[in-house]
Every structure is written in C-alpha cells, then in structure tokens.
Write a protein that binds this ligand. Structure first.
Ligand SMILES: CC1=C(CCC(=O)O)c2cc3nc(cc4[nH]c(cc5[nH]c(cc1n2)c(C)c5CCC(=O)O)c(CCC(=O)O)c4C)C(CCC(=O)O)=C3C
Length: 493
C-alpha cells in the first residue's frame, strides 16, 4: 500500500482496507496474512464456494477430495497454514509411500532415487527402461558437458534431459511425473520453473547423473526426512474452509457469488466493482487465474494484462469411483502414473482408500479410486461425456490392474483451465508481470500462475504479495530466485 494511503487511513482513524479478489487457497492465505497485519479485509469470490481447486466432496457417504488431495510437506507454508487454522490434529501423511508406473503393459514400482524421474544411477531404472535406454543413460558419463549457450536463461525439461540421458527417461519417467503435476508436456515445460534443482545442474555444465547424486546427498545431509506429502483427515478441501472460518472470525467479510467486473485506480486508492456493489480500498490483491487477472488489469495495467493473457492453462477431468471392497483386489501402493507414450487414456490413478487411512476408516466396505485424464494439447478426450469418461477409466483400470467389477458410485469433476502451464521462459514472464504490477501502488498478484502450481507455492505467493503491499519485497525476491519446488528435495526420496 502507498504510504499516503496508509496516512489517509490513519487520519481517518481506520485500518487500511484491502480487497482480495479470489477465494481460492491463495486469496484466503492472503486474507489471513493481511488480517495478522491489522488490515480490514473483504474477499470477493465469483463462485458459490471458497477453495478453488481444493474441493471437499463426498461419494457413497464417504468424504473425498474432488480436487487436489495431497500437499507437499517439504515446504513449510501449506502445513503451517493448516496448523494455524486448527487442523493440526487432522494432518495425516499417506498410509503408503510407494507408487507404481504402468509401463509397457505392466505395473512396476516407481523407482526410488530420482529427481523428477531423473536417476542418480542408471541401475535405479533397470525395471523401467529397455536395455538400449539403460545403455544410453550409462553413456552420459562420456558425453561432453552441456554448453552454457544451450541452456541460456531456460530450456525445456525434455530437451535437456533427453540430450543427457536419452528420450526414454523423458518418455517413461519424467513425462508421467510432470503429467501429474502440470498436465503439461515435458518438451515444452520450463526446466527452470518445473525442476529448478536440475536447472542448477544444467547451468553448472557437468554430468546430469552426478548432479542428481549431489542433490540427493544434499537432501540427506539436511536430514530432510519425514513425509514428503501430507493429507488432511476429511480431505485437503477442508483447508480453505478452515482458513475461511479463521478469516471470518477475525472480522473479514467473504462474499460469494461476487464476480468482480472492474478494478480501477482512484486518486487515493482503488475501486473494486461487482454487480451492484462498489468497494473502495487502499489495496487490492488479485488472487485469480491469469485470464481473470488480465481482464481486470487491462484498463490500468495493459502491459501486465498482455503478459497474463499469454499464460496458458491445461484442462483435466477427475473421475472418482467407489467399489465394494469384496469386488476389488488392488496391488499395494498409492496408485500409478501412466507414460503417455503407451497410448492409454488415463494419466494416473490414485488408490484413495489405500493412500489415506481416513478414507478407508470412513467406510471399510468401500474402495475409492480416482483416475485423471487431460494433458496440455490433448484435450479432445475432455469433450467426452461423463459416462464415457467413466467407461474409459474402467477400461484402463481393467488393463492395468485387472479391475472388472462395476463401481457402486461414480463422480466426474471437470477442472477446465485448471492447471497453468509453465513453458520455457515463464520465469521471465512472471518477472515482467510483477514489474508492471509494482508500478501501481497498492496492487499485488498471487496464485498458481506465478511461482508454482502446488498448494505451498500458492500460499507462498500470497504471503509474498501481502508483504509487497507492506513495502517488503523479500518474499517476492526469494520466490523469483527459488521457485517453490527447489526447496523441496525433488521426487523419489
Ligand atoms: C500439483 C502436483 C504436484 C506439485 C506439488 C507442489 O509442488 O507443491 C505434484 C507433485 C508430485 N507428485 C508426485 C507423484 C505422483 N503424483 C501422482 C498423481 C498426481 N499428481 C498430481 C498433481 C501434483 N503432483 C495430479 C493432478 C495427479 C493425478 C491424479 C490425482 O490427482 O489423483 C501419482 C500417482 C497417483 C498416486 O500414487 O497418488 C504419483 C506417484 C511426486 C513425486 C513423488 C516421489 O517420486 O516420491 C511429486 C513431487
């Protein structure tokens, strides 16, 4: 917020007034932090519920998540927020730590000892790669170092990893892992944003395998043990509800069905208009997807709006299926990922009632699974109707794990434009957006479009946005230097 706005507020004997646009986890986390700083806060949410991509639901009387169902615990922000809003006792790590890969017609255990699919040692991938693919990984030792010029300011994950250890590693490991995280395409995705640990290795010019081993040794030295992921009994969807309760208890207003039509500068602050209401504020936090932020910023920050319009999103659909326990016999583990090269439709399946003890306990007679479809650029599958998506999920489950029983209940949840894409150069685009936004005092942006698509990243970007309004850029500088996953040891621990 501008100093003069703060003075105006103080002169009038009131605390600064901030409007948060967007009631997803980023907007709610921003509101929570604003209140801790003494601001008056109104959150405007266009839809009829808070939570955005976190959505608590139910199937056959059992609570389940219809959106994100897990959060990274290696970054502090999300778990810390859950504790602050009273969910400490409900935090629960996954009951199983192993997952599988549906590879060439078989489920094989997900290898241990990789960073986003890239191994420290070829032997780790013995079960997954062909003999030729393995030889290609081993041959990395003899390759000359990657030139700094090839990496530049950023490079696609697939391009760099394939150049060092071969396409098979990309197609069979990196792609399915990133397909889960970003619904993206490894050959477009930014190495710098999506796997920053490997970007540092790439820039150092040395061996990728040796670099992965160094990342792993660093993680071991820092004793990063404890669960990589954490869930919440009753669902991750409880997190936004609990934050919303905490925010309301501190006096903030959360308005639902309040679609914002315009955000405009005024001589001493901001005007935020919804249908039938105008709010005057000292500061505004935009915690909405890029397209909505672009629409609202077009009049007063056209350059930021143009950059935001260029941020693309992938859509996905999530099928939740409930079966009678006596009808199913699943392999152990939390689920499996699917490499797109094998031509199957689903990209992953999560065995929810094996992964989360709380789901099994809610109804021990029921087995709940979920499958997902939809990858960037392959979205025609999403034009199919709900019944058809359930059918393709069942066909793939039958082929992968021999599941032939009919489900007793199904739910299809569509996440249209659900996942922002981080192509090569996204980092620089976010820096430009932030620079344009910073020219307008009392304005900040946060959410999944900027610093990482996971829950901790959304919370971190919200905190950084609030700090920026208070004149403290530390959070934003930290996020620009270390996209959120870089502080996490990477996958495969
Ligand atoms: C947004 C996001 C992050 C980023 C979080 C952040 O940066 O904050 C992330 C991280 C990761 N996800 C990982 C692994 C898996 N992801 C899966 C499945 C899925 N992830 C999804 C999203 C994300 N995933 C989605 C939309 C699915 C599809 C199905 C579903 O929604 O149900 C599955 C299959 C099913 C299962 O076993 O559950 C596995 C094994 C590992 C590596 C772990 C290791 O190697 O140890 C890491 C770091």
């Amino acid at each position: 917020m501008r100093a003069s706005d703060a003075r105006t507020s103080q002169k009038q004997g009131r605390s600064p007034r901030t409007v948060v646009v967007g009631g997803g986890i980023a907007g709610l986390a921003a509101a929570h932090r604003l209140l801790a700083g003494g601001a008056q806060v109104t959150v405007l949410e266009a839809s009829g519920r808070v939570g955005g991509k976190l959505h608590a639901g139910e199937i056959e009387g059992v609570r389940v998540d219809l959106g994100a169902e897990s959060m990274l615990a290696r970054r502090p922000e999300a778990v810390a927020l859950a504790r602050e809003v009273g969910l400490d006792a409900a935090l629960q790590p996954p009951a199983v730590a192993s997952a599988a890969l549906w590879n060439r017609g078989h489920l094989t255990p997900m290898p241990k000892g990789h960073v986003m699919g890239v191994p420290g040692d070829a032997a780790v991938l013995a079960e997954v790669l062909s003999a030729e693919g393995l030889r290609r990984v081993e041959a990395e030792r003899e390759l000359p170092p990657t030139e700094a010029g090839e990496i530049g300011e950023d490079i696609a994950v697939g391009e760099y990893v394939a150049s060092r250890v071969g396409r098979e590693v990309v197609d069979r490991l990196v792609e399915p892992l990133l397909g889960g995280v970003y619904a993206g395409d490894a050959y477009r995705l930014s190495l710098r944003m999506a796997v920053p640990q490997l970007f540092d290795v790439a820039r150092s010019g040395g061996s990728l395998l040796a670099g992965v081993r160094a990342v792993q040794e660093r993680a071991a030295r820092n004793q990063r043990t404890g669960p990589v992921f954490m869930g919440i009994e009753g669902g991750i969807g409880r997190l936004p509800l609990a934050v919303a309760d905490a925010v309301r208890a501190k006096g903030a207003e959360i308005a639902l069905h309040a679609r914002v039509d315009a955000v405009r500068r005024t001589p001493d602050g901001w005007s935020v208009r919804t249908e039938g209401r105008e709010l005057l504020a000292d500061a505004v936090v935009l915690a909405v997807p890029a397209a909505q932020a672009a629409r609202l910023l077009a009049p007063d920050a056209p350059a930021a709006a143009a950059e935001l319009r260029a941020v693309e999103y992938a859509s996905m659909a999530l099928m939740t299926l409930a079966f009678r326990r006596r009808d199913v016999d699943l392999p152990e583990g939390s689920g499996f990922l699917v490499p797109p090269v094998d031509g199957h439709t689903i990209k992953a399946s999560t065995f929810a009632s094996q992964k989360w003890a709380w789901i099994a306990e809610e109804n021990p007679e029921l087995v709940v699974l979920r499958t997902s479809v939809g990858r960037y650029g392959e979205e025609e599958v999403l034009r199919r109707g709900d019944d058809e998506l359930v059918d393709v999920s069942r066909a793939d489950l039958r082929a992968a794990v021999g599941l032939t029983a009919a489900p007793v209940a199904t739910r299809v949840t569509r996440w249209d434009d659900g996942l922002p894409q981080y192509p090569v150069g996204h980092h620089a685009r976010v820096a430009r957006i932030r620079a344009h936004v910073a020219e307008l005092p009392g304005l900040a942006v946060c959410g999944a479009a900027y610093d990482g698509v996971g829950i901790p990243a959304c919370v971190a970007s919200a905190h950084a946005a609030v700090d920026q309004l208070a004149g403290d850029r530390t959070g934003i500088d930290l996020l620009s230097a270390n996209p959120v996953q870089s502080l996490h040891g990477g996958g495969g621990e």
